[in-house]
Design a protein around this ligand. Structure first.
Ligand code: ARG
Length: 280
């Protein structure tokens, strides 16, 4: 990137927009099974700390002016705190998740009941394996969809039909980055950040073509869950450990807001995983 391009990007005026979010308190959160490389059932979760960190995340969103709804957590569904996986919501339509692992399958109907009660125009449960915004991220008028570990490529076709938008398939190849939202963050309608090592070579080419100005994040910050971030177009709520990424964000005119998510990280998630955006 030339020096003048870098200056132009830093000086870009970033406009935050108010978001409508859904979260689920970690009342029943613990690590009792292992379905991704971060989950070690021998590690103890501090339940009070998890609740305090989650509450701080919710309060941070509210301070930024976002509307946060919460759903009643269900006993026996410890990963229900990861609301991003509940489905994909856009333009009054909801495609409810169809989870990969038996341990999480009960979350689909629990979230579905909540969506049914909210008066959305159309609420449908995905027929294909689909883990919602964990793997499906809207960028402007298109959707980026991950596959390889959870959401299937057949689910991408279902998303295309259901939402009538272009869906770009991205292949995830590193099990540590098993959901797209652990490997790529959408910062605004044109800007993304990602860790190239999480994707196949051909998917890196696709990303490079679509987003030549993307922020490339290093492996250590990706492992610190830096990409599991929630941006409103200016403020980026993000795990407080990936410091180089925070600096990269500042250089590009974004405002990183660090949050401590040490307890959720024990289950392989951070800020974005705990947050579903109910897109208008
Ligand atoms: N333990 C959960 C799982 O493996 C973590 C989900 C994280 N959610 C996310 N959107 N990446 O399914």
């Amino acid at each position: 990137m030339s020096a003048s391009t870098a200056t132009a990007l830093r000086d870009t005026v970033r406009i935050p927009t108010k978001r409508h979010l859904l979260m689920c308190p970690p009342t029943h959160f613990e690590v009792t099974y292992s379905i991704n490389p971060w989950m070690d059932t021998d590690v103890v979760v501090d339940a009070d700390l998890a609740m305090a960190q989650w509450s701080a995340l919710r309060d941070c969103y509210r301070r930024l002016g976002h509307h946060v709804d919460t759903i009643q957590p269900v006993p026996g569904l410890p990963d229900m705190v990861f609301a991003a996986n509940a489905g994909v919501v856009r333009a009054g339509r909801v495609l409810v998740a169809n989870f990969t692992h038996a341990e999480r399958r009960g979350e689909g109907p629990a979230y579905r009941r909540w969506f049914d009660d909210q008066g959305f125009g159309t609420v449908t449960t995905a027929t294909e394996q689909n883990e919602g915004e964990g793997d499906v991220l809207s960028v402007g008028d298109i959707m980026l969809a991950g596959t390889g570990f959870r959401t299937s490529s057949a689910a991408h076709e279902e998303l295309r039909r259901f939402f009538d938008v272009p869906v770009v398939t991205l292949d995830l190849v590193d099990p540590r980055f098993y959901h797209l939202d652990t490997a790529l963050a959408v910062l605004d309608d044109r800007t993304v950040a990602y860790f190239p090592g999480a994707f196949s070579d051909s998917s890196v080419s696709v990303l490079n073509e679509l987003f030549p100005d993307a922020i490339l994040v290093d492996e250590s910050d990706a492992c610190g869950f830096g990409l599991n971030a929630m941006s409103d177009g200016y403020n980026v709520v993000v795990s407080n450990t990936p410091v180089a990424f925070h600096e990269q964000l500042r250089e590009r005119g974004f405002n990183p807001i660090g949050v401590d998510t040490s307890e959720l990280i024990k289950a392989g998630g951070s800020a974005k995983c705990a947050t579903l955006e109910l897109r208008p």
